[in-house]
Write a protein that binds this ligand. Structure first.
Ligand code: 13P
Length: 247
């Protein structure tokens, strides 16, 4: 069986003091985890998190990465810079980046490529909006988003982590039912199977109002290999409960 992976996406939250308290509480409460655990912290805090997470029990992640390697790209952060701070994962194509920063499927595919080239594991996000779901377009949308990444990355696709995050479930308290999530995960898995013989080892995470109460049921689904957790990753007790639901 694939190891489960629980990833906290802190988004634009945190401070030196709050991060220290949260990370220390997570480390103290986690013990020996049978699943992978990572936190994606805002870039200015990587140096702090790298020191606090030196034991390796929790991996460090970024929330975005540049498609470019170096140069005149004001405000961008390259994958090589992530590497210098021990960052293992980078979220790519989160719906908030697609929505507020105009990231297209093509940009997301290039960011995936640039992360992979530097040895950073991209956590590629796909997901439909409420309007798209209501119009019966869920399958079409997530397939289109994943197809761009598959097309650009060829056989390296087996090195990604994929995350299904229905936009209507993010930060809203609305969660996809385990059956709704599994249905989309299964079709994403089938799409990966058509692209690589290693599709079964690709972790597909669910994200969208995952919490201590609903995690176990979601994680019990055949094709749900972990979670990408927003709000609940900011509270140690809640995040630890999700981690233990994944064991
Ligand atoms: P919430 O868990 O707050 O709904 O956020 C999910 C998310 O966007 C994780 O990337």
């Amino acid at each position: 069986m694939k190891k489960k992976l629980i990833v906290g996406n802190w988004k634009m939250n945190g401070s030196l003091a709050a991060n220290q308290a949260l990370l220390q509480a997570l480390l103290a409460g986690m013990g020996q985890s049978a699943c992978g655990v990572a936190v994606c912290v805002p870039a200015p805090y990587w140096a702090q998190a790298q020191v606090l997470l030196a034991s390796g029990a929790i991996d460090l992640g970024a929330q975005d990465v540049s498609q470019h390697a170096v140069g005149a790209f004001t405000g961008e952060v390259s994958p090589a810079m992530l590497k210098e701070f021990g960052v293992r994962y980078a979220i790519v194509g989160h719906s908030e980046r697609r929505q507020y920063h105009g990231e297209t499927d093509a940009v997301v595919a290039l960011k995936t490529q640039s992360a992979l080239a530097a040895g950073i594991t991209p956590i590629v996000c796909v997901g439909e909006t409420l309007a798209e779901r209501e119009a019966g377009k869920t399958e079409e949308v997530v397939k289109r988003q994943l197809a761009a990444v598959v097309h650009t990355n060829g056989h390296c696709i087996s090195e990604i982590v994929l995350a299904y995050e229905p936009v209507w479930a993010i930060g809203t308290g609305l969660t996809a039912t385990p059956e709704q999530a599994q249905q989309v995960h299964a079709l994403l898995r089938a799409q990966l199977q058509a692209a690589t013989s290693h599709a079964d080892r690709i972790q597909i995470l669910y994200g969208g109002s995952m919490n201590a109460g609903n995690a176990a049921q979601l994680l019990a689904q055949t094709d749900i290999d972990g979670g990408l957790v927003g709000g609940a990753s900011l509270k140690a007790v809640d995040f630890l409960a999700i981690v233990s639901a994944a064991q």
